[in-house]
Design a protein. Structure first.
Length: 147
């Protein structure tokens, strides 16, 4: 019997690659298999979507149907529910934080219980540090910066 998947247990914050690589379902295997074909679709410049963290998962909200998808390393969005129908099936771009800021976000969120690993693009690193301290998590030296 396959082990149950829980976001944030294999790494601090999961993305599409880590999730689908761990989940032993035909749907997960299909998504991994189909990705090379999906990314061959045309990419449009607008709207540009911003990634966020929800329960230890990097995700992007669909601007069409309201669903959400894991973020892929290629930073291209395709909704598995509506298939980007409003955008004629074209892919949308995803903005991720800079690599340094992403590491800082993941480090700070990784100190929390999985159910409290949330971040949105409007939140600053200082706000995450303050939230952590308010919940008894001591300040730490961050990669690429300081607490």
């Amino acid at each position: 019997m396959a082990k149950a998947y829980v976001a944030g247990t294999s790494q601090k914050i999961d993305n599409a690659e880590s999730y689908f690589a761990m989940v032993e379902t035909s749907e997960a295997k299909r998504r991994l298999r189909d990705r090379p074909y999906i990314v061959k679709r045309p990419v449009i410049d607008s709207p540009v979507l911003k990634a966020r963290v929800d329960h230890a998962r990097w995700i992007v909200d669909c601007p069409n149907c309201g669903g959400a998808e894991y973020v892929w390393a290629d930073n291209l969005f395709f909704c598995s529910l509506c298939e980007n129908d409003y955008f004629q099936g074209q892919l949308l771009k995803v903005i991720m934080p800079s690599p340094a800021k992403k590491r800082q976000i993941e480090t700070l969120l990784g100190l929390r219980h999985i159910v409290n690993r949330h971040w949105n693009p409007k939140e600053t690193i200082k706000q995450l540090i303050t939230e952590n301290e308010r919940h008894g998590i001591p300040a730490i030296l961050l990669p690429g910066g300081d607490a």
